[in-house]
Structures are given as structure tokens and as C-alpha cells.
Design a protein around this ligand. Structure first.
Ligand SMILES: [Fe+2]
Ligand SMILES: [Fe+2]
Length: 433
């Protein structure tokens, strides 16, 4: 066909067609953008409905969301449907089946009266002037529906209009489907969070019960594991560890002596200094503890290592492996200090507990030999902050007793110790073998 064969009417029709296409693409692009915006879901649906109505010159309509629990359609947005228009519609099995079979295509309400849904709500639809009903079927699932009234021009819906309606309704359906998926994900995440919380609480309760059981075996050092757990927790906090790591330090302290379960009660409870043979037996408890704890999957990875190495010393003179400074897991160094601090500050069958000044002095002198200076500093700081009232928790007071914490001169002595420790740098000893 040559260009001069076009009649003016054809040219005009083509121009109108082109304008309509440009307009439709514009509306679709806008709708797509609207749907992908992460703003309020209700607003998205309301704006999408207005765009759909506006692009085809439709005066009234609405969007509903399908609830598979209630088997109903609940209105999310409506325009021009009147005050009495229902906000919720019940669906029967046959309605749902037919909508799924129909797919995302407009159903002419006047021609669909055979379906129970259109019979039951006939009057409401007629009163609101509704003409088209589009089930929103996305990935073969019902997610909602779009209701549309007549076109303002009074013309019937053309096949072209119906295609535009389908394309735009699909956008709305995808927005609802995404929202449903997000809600489902959030529900699962919440469930998992609750499950994890329960699990963590159960684990922590079990650990505490276990610590109390270990402590029962040792009649002279009652509450030792529990106290070591609490001191380890305070030290970890002072070292600036995060919440999870602080919890891990507490658990490591609670369980550090679990291997004592396998040591004979008479050795643990000997009211005298034990001999070399008994001592060798007792010294097996870190290794046994590791064997007990390592098959368990702990939320805090280093718990078994803390049990195994809590009697190692920085200078390599500890046991069971005689590790040096950097070879010792950090958590084991924390538990080692907590353990020693408790041993010094509680009565033993053959030895009274030592006064605070004496303990501070001992810990300070052993920095770099047995203890890491910054860990001792953390313990002292925790205690000092409580004495000065900077930390309102009375944890040391509960653990050591009021009398001990209120001993004369404890504050200045502790301050001196803290100052003294500031000048001690961690030393690193080299293994010669
Ligand atoms: Fe121990
Ligand atoms: Fe211990």
C-alpha cells in the first residue's frame, strides 16, 4: 500500500490508536513503579486502583484480597461503590474452583449469574453499578479480585480494554501475592526466633542445672561453678564482648569443671592437701570435661576448649598440655582467672579465704605468668565500678558477701592495683621445644 492510499480517517484512527497505546504504556509503567515501591501496602493498592480506573475512564471499582483461612474476599480499596457496599464477601467451594479455572480474565457480572457468588451478592453489585469481576490468580493461586463499573463514556468494554484490564490487574495481583509472601516469611522468621529463644533458654537452664550438680559433688566449694560462670560473665562484659559472647563466657564458666564428675568424691573432698597420685587423678578433669562437652553442639563454640584449658598458664607451666600464652584459647584465659579468683576468695578445707588486698596483689604479681593483664584489669574494673556505684548491680557483693566488699581500704587498694596494671604489657613467652 502506498502512502497516498491512506485516507484522512485512517490516519486519524492510527494517531488515536497510537495515543491510546502511549497512554496505556504510561499507566502500566506507573503502576509497575507503584507496585515495586516499598511504601504502605494499602496506599499502593489504593493508588493502583485509581490508576486502573483512570486509564480506562471507569468511574467506580474496587480491589479485594483473598483470605484462604476465611474463604472470603476482603475489600482493600474502593471508589464510588457507595456507603452500603459490603467490605467482605464469602466464597463457596464452587466459586473458588470456577475462579481458578477462569484465571486472570474479566468475567462479565451480568453473564455469570450461574455462580453462587454472583447470585448471593447480585443486589450489591447491581446497586454499585459493577460490570466486570476479575479474579486475581497469580501462579495458579487466588490472591484477590478486582471489581469494575461501567466506562464513563457508556461504551462497552472492547477486547482491547479487557487486555489492559488484565495487564493492570496482574500488577495488582503480584503486589498482593508479594505482600502475602512477605507476611508468610515474617511469620516463619518470628516462629524461628521464638523457637531459638526457647531452645536457648532450655540450654542455659540445663547448663545452670548441670553447674549446680557439679557443685554438689564438692562439699567444700559449694557454688564454685556458678560463681566462676558469673565472674566470667562480668569479665567478658568488661572486655566489651557482645551479648552472645558474654553468654558464651558465662556458660564456659558454669561448665569448666564438668570433668570433676569422673573424679572420685574422696579426692575432691579431701580435707587435706592431696598427694601426687591424687593430684594426677584430679588433673584429668579438664580433659574429661572436654570429652564430655565436645560432642554437644553448643551455641557458643569455645565451651569445650574452655573446659580443656582452664588450668593452663601463660608461662607454659599449667596443665594438661603446658600451652603458652598465645596457644591458649582466650575464653580459657578468662575462665582461668575467674576460677583462680574464686579459689582465692572462698574458704577451702585447709585454707581460709584471703583478704581482698592480698588477692589483688597476688593477681597483679601473676600477670604475664599465669594471667593475661587485660583480663585481670577487666575483673578489677568490674569490681571497682561496683564499689564506686558506677555499676548499680551488686554482683560482687552477692558473690563475695557484703563484709568482704566493705573491708577497709578496699576501694583505694583496688584503684592502686588498676593503676599498676595499666603499666603491665602482655608478655609473650616462646616455647623452646
Ligand atoms: Fe578446674
Ligand atoms: Fe574450678
Amino acid at each position: 500500500m502506498r502512502i497516498q492510499d491512506f485516507k484522512t480517517a485512517d490516519v486519524k484512527r492510527l494517531a488515536e490508536e497510537r495515543n491510546r497505546l502511549v497512554h496505556t504504556f504510561g499507566a502500566l509503567a506507573e503502576l509497575g513503579q507503584e507496585v515495586s515501591n516499598k511504601q504502605n501496602f494499602q496506599d499502593t493498592i489504593r493508588t493502583s486502583l485509581h490508576l486502573l480506573l483512570g486509564s480506562l475512564g471507569i468511574m467506580r471499582g474496587g480491589v479485594a484480597r483473598y483470605s484462604q483461612f476465611g474463604h472470603e474476599l476482603n475489600m482493600l480499596a474502593l471508589r464510588g461503590l457507595g456507603e452500603t457496599f459490603p467490605l467482605s464477601f464469602s466464597l463457596c467451594y464452587e466459586d473458588e474452583r470456577q475462579f481458578l479455572l477462569n484465571g486472570l480474565y474479566p468475567i462479565e457480572i451480568d453473564h455469570a449469574k450461574v455462580l453462587p457468588f454472583f447470585q448471593v451478592y447480585d443486589q450489591s453489585f447491581e446497586k454499585a453499578g459493577l460490570k466486570q469481576f476479575i479474579p486475581l490468580i497469580i501462579r495458579e493461586e487466588s490472591v484477590g479480585a478486582v471489581f469494575l463499573g461501567a466506562k464513563a463514556s457508556g461504551e462497552a468494554y472492547s477486547s482491547y480494554d479487557r487486555e489492559i484490564v488484565c495487564a493492570m490487574a496482574r500488577h495488582i495481583g503480584v503486589a498482593i501475592s508479594q505482600r502475602n509472601m512477605m507476611a508468610e516469611l515474617e511469620r516463619h522468621a518470628n516462629e524461628n526466633r521464638k523457637l531459638y529463644e526457647n531452645l536457648r533458654m532450655t540450654y542455659n537452664d540445663t547448663v545452670k542445672a548441670f553447674a549446680a550438680a557439679i557443685d554438689k559433688k564438692d562439699k567444700y566449694t559449694e557454688g564454685h561453678s556458678v560463681r566462676v560462670g558469673k565472674y566470667s560473665e562480668i569479665i567478658a562484659e568488661e572486655l566489651g564482648w557482645n551479648e552472645h559472647e558474654v553468654e558464651g563466657a558465662a556458660v564456659a564458666g558454669y561448665l569448666h569443671d564438668v570433668g570433676k564428675i569422673a573424679v572420685e568424691r574422696k579426692i575432691i573432698n579431701a580435707p587435706y592437701r592431696i598427694n601426687a597420685k591424687e593430684s594426677a587423678e584430679l588433673n584429668k578433669h579438664p580433659g574429661v570435661g572436654y570429652e564430655i562437652l565436645s560432642p554437644i553442639e553448643h551455641p557458643y563454640a569455645d565451651v569445650p576448649l574452655a573446659a580443656k584449658y582452664h588450668h593452663e598458664r601463660l608461662d607454659g607451666r599449667g596443665y594438661p598440655d603446658g600451652l603458652y600464652d598465645r596457644e591458649i584459647p582466650y575464653i580459657a584465659k578468662v575462665v582461668n582467672l575467674a576460677d583462680s579468683f574464686d579459689a582465692m576468695t572462698t574458704d577451702r578445707p585447709y585454707k581460709r579465704r584471703r583478704p581482698a588486698a592480698d588477692v589483688f596483689d597476688d593477681l597483679q604479681r601473676n600477670c604475664g605468668k599465669q594471667f593475661a593483664p587485660e583480663i585481670v584489669h577487666a575483673l578489677f574494673r568490674g569490681m571497682y565500678n561496683e564499689l564506686t556505684g558506677e555499676n548499680k548491680d551488686k554482683r560482687f557483693r552477692r558473690l563475695l558477701g557484703r563484709e568482704y566488699m566493705e573491708a577497709e581500704g578496699i576501694g583505694p587498694t583496688l584503684k592502686n592495683a588498676l593503676n599498676g596494671l595499666g603499666s603491665i604489657k602482655p608478655i609473650t613467652l616462646m616455647s623452646l621445644d
